[in-house]
Design a protein around this ligand. Structure first.
Ligand code: NAI
Length: 732
């Protein structure tokens, strides 16, 4: 009976989130992005509407497409109790108060569907107490789903069962969250603050106390604890501001009260600087100021001695700069020996933080890997504490004799090693064997007859050499099913602009035309195969033209995809102009849609995310978004097993006067200041290809001819030079 009940969880579509504050709104938006039918309740409908209005303005945005926010149903708990009754999953995210949460559960229990999943988003209340007084039916499917803020961007979810939660319910929920909710799950124990807040918060407070003790500045600490330590740029103090000092205070107070047994709990006492900031209401980002304050373009920073703001100093440690290229463990090991302030800080702060992981691990977690994963997935650390101790050398951090990972095994808490569970669904390219290597690309064997063709150029840049190599590879390639991918974090930043600039300077018209023909032909070759482009990070320009030549694009949700050629004074010349024209023509898509897409290409538009790129007409409706950041390769591989080569749609002349429509849209853009006179010149070139071409072949020629014509204009050359020198587009 129980397994049948939980078996249905994977079909859940309707979610009711209760509490429309920071977390509830963020969770509702995240689930709405993924296509769930989401209702969001607060005390009243007005309260929900008001709270959700704030969430719609959040930066970075919660929604992939702003208009999706209209799909979330907003209501009040009393007026809309039937929404709770109709939900497959009720996710509570109201204030962190035990009695208020408990009385909500009491109120909703009688109406809950007997098969619904029910969870709380508490940051640290005791799960066992939250479940007290509820029926068996409720308790066996009740658990903590601790999301991290903001849910769209942080994939970690701590899942906290109570003693009465069914094992099958935990497994079904983990599967549901990992397969359908773009989460990575760590099952934590029902101890104060679970893993993330107990260990992560302690580490955050420890950094502030250490800075105050050693009289180091905010900038000095952030210079040490950011990328040098394999952590995000927000480092220590910027992270405090992002989390919110009020939230940190609440979590710490709860931990101190509930962790009387912890000899290290004093670290959670408020540091002097934080105490003052809280008193002044300068609680971080949401108050506009905390340890940092932005004034116009200027960034100010709190002086920990005077507790007044001053201009932010550009701090660098020569000692750390000198070793920054070494692997993480090696450089930290070296830095721990430095006699300067950086070394002293690391000895004072990092060593106890690593030792604290060893001290609390068994109380809070089921394995070393779980603690490491929480810090990597929730805090963005490159290595969790145990991986870090192994990498630095345990004896260097006072943990001689400890050793946590060996190959594919990890140490258990009571001696010996145990196998780490394989998770092929989350495999990355680097997990697969390289079967052949060329200068600019390599082939990996993904198993099941699928191979990945991986670009190895820096940032996936497309060079003439790469195009020749890939052409040789695809011409008579023996593999049937392939992924087109990149070893870099970015699929591709586009064509090597230096090539064009040099060719322009040498007036090498033929050279440019030959490069474009080669790119167009390579795309046509790729079209013959069952191939899926797995794209992440940037997928721009020529890189995107190759991706569009694949049967499908499997795009990571956060991928920024586009054809920004216009920003360097050009138009897409490797079939990008032609393919966006072909792929957006359909019976329902009249000239109006094509005119809009032409404008997007003319403005050099890049989608902020995959769904945005689709709405711009830059990727096809048949291209899929992979919202889970760790499933790109696994899901793209599944797709390629069924993908067929694309039959390129025939060239169609749409109904309606496309030329006039493009001109009108350009005029509007000029009046609104979105397009300069020269942008209009470029727009007219797109218009020529879109509206004047009579066939696919004709369009390819026009695309190249217009590209070449633009190359020899001074304003285009200025744009290319500016981009190469500054990494930013020039509007001229
Ligand atoms: P919040 O204060 O921003 O929002 C709470 C919302 O719950 C308010 O809109 C309030 O009107 C509503 N509410 C209160 N009582 C209610 C009731 N009986 N029925 C319906 N709605 C009610 O709080 P926030 O930050 O969103 O936190 C919510 C939960 O998530 C808390 O348990 C918190 O510990 C947890 N959490 C918070 C994180 C954060 O970064 N803010 C991170 C992870 C978890």
């Amino acid at each position: 009976m129980a397994s049948k009940l939980y078996g249905e969880w994977s079909e859940a579509r309707k979610v009711c989130v209760i509490g429309a504050g920071t977390m509830g709104s963020g969770i509702a938006a995240h689930l709405c992005n993924l296509g769930f039918d989401v209702s969001l309740l607060d005390v009243t409908r007005d309260a929900a509407t008001e709270a959700f209005a704030k969430a719609k303005q959040a930066r970075p945005p919660h929604f992939y497409l702003p208009e999706r926010s209209n799909q979330v149903h907003l209501g009040g708990i009393a007026e809309n109790l039937d929404w709770v009754a109709g939900a497959d999953w009720v996710c509570e995210a109201i204030v962190e108060k035990l009695d208020i949460k408990r009385s909500l559960f009491e109120k909703i229990e009688p109406v809950l569907s007997p098969t619904a999943m029910i969870s709380t988003n508490t940051s640290g209340l005791q799960m066992e107490l939250l479940a007290e007084g509820r029926s068996d039916s409720f308790r066996k499917r009740f658990m903590g789903t601790h999301f991290f803020n903001p849910p769209r961007y942080l994939k970690l979810l701590e899942l906290i069962p109570t003693a009465s939660t069914d094992k099958a319910a935990i497994e079904a929920m983990t599967k549901f969250l990992e397969e359908q909710c773009a989460r990575r799950v760590v099952v934590a124990k029902d101890t104060p603050g679970f893993i993330a807040n107990r260990y992560g918060m302690w580490s955050m407070f420890h950094a502030i106390h250490s800075a105050e003790k050693l009289h180091l500045s905010v900038e000095q600490v952030d210079a040490i604890t950011g990328p040098f330590l394999g952590r995000p740029r927000s480092a220590s103090f910027r992270l405090n501001d992002l989390v919110g000092l009020d939230i940190m205070e609440d979590i710490a107070a709860n931990l101190i009260e509930r962790c009387q047994h912890d000899p290290n709990r004093a670290v959670l006492q408020l540091p002097a600087s934080m105490h003052t900031l809280l008193q002044r209401g300068w609680i971080g980002e949401k108050a506009g100021q905390g340890y940092y304050r932005r004034e116009g373009k200027e960034l100010l920073c709190l002086d920990l001695q005077t507790l007044a703001y001053r201009q932010k100093l550009d701090v660098r440690f020569e000692s750390l700069d000198g070793i920054s290229k070494l692997p993480l463990g090696e450089r930290v090991a070296k830095a721990l020996e430095f006699k300067d302030e950086a070394g002293e800080f690391l000895r004072t702060h990092l060593v106890p933080v690593l030792q604290y992981a060893e001290a609390v691990k068994e109380e809070i977690s089921h394995s070393h890997q779980d603690v490491d994963r929480v810090m990597k997935w929730g805090f963005g650390w490159e290595m969790g504490p145990f991986e870090m101790i192994d990498a630095i050398g345990p004896d260097k951090v006072g943990l001689a004799g400890k050793h946590y990972y060996k190959g594919k095994t990890q140490a258990t808490f009571h001696g010996g090693f145990t196998a780490i569970k394989a998770e092929p669904q989350f495999a990355s390219l680097q997990d697969f064997q390289i079967v052949s290597k060329a200068e600019n690309h390599q082939i990996r064997d993904l198993g099941d007859g699928v191979h990945a063709v991986c670009l190895t150029t820096k940032q996936g840049v497309i060079t003439t050499a790469l195009v020749s190599e890939l052409t040789r590879f695809f011409d008579g390639c023996k593999f049937d099913r392939m992924l087109l991918s990149s070893e870099s974090k970015n699929f591709s930043v586009g064509f090597d602009l230096n090539f064009f600039l040099t060719a322009i300077q040498n007036v090498d018209v033929q050279g440019i035309d030959k490069a474009l023909i080669a790119l167009q032909k390579l795309g046509e070759l790729i079209e013959r195969y069952s191939i899926v482009a797995a794209v992440q990070g940037y997928c721009l320009g020529a890189g995107h033209e190759l991706a569009l030549s694949c049967a499908h694009i499997a795009a990571s949700g956060e991928a920024q995809i586009g054809l920004p050629e216009a920003r360097v004074g050009l138009i897409p010349g490797g079939r990008g102009t032609v393919l966006t024209r072909i792929f957006n023509q359909s019976k329902d898509n009249t000239a109006q849609r094509l005119a809009e897409v032409a404008m997007n290409v003319a403005e050099g538009s890049v989608g902020n995310n995959a769904d945005h790129a689709r709405s711009l007409g830059i990727i096809r409706p048949t291209d899929i978004t992979i919202y889970h950041p760790d499933r790109l390769i696994g899901d793209a591989k599944r797709l390629v097993l069924t993908a067929l080569p694309t039959a390129r749609p025939a060239w169609r002349t749409p109904d309606g006067p496309m030329t006039g429509m493009i001109e009108r849209l350009m005029q509007e853009a000029r009046t609104a200041g979105r397009m300069s006179e020269y942008d209009e010149v470029i727009g007219n070139k797109i218009k020529q290809v879109y509206a004047k071409s009579e066939s696919y072949e004709d369009a390819l020629e026009r695309e190249r001819a217009e590209f070449l014509e633009l190359c020899f204009r001074a304003l285009t050359q200025a744009r290319i030079k500016h981009m190469l020198e500054n990494g930013k587009p020039l509007r001229n």
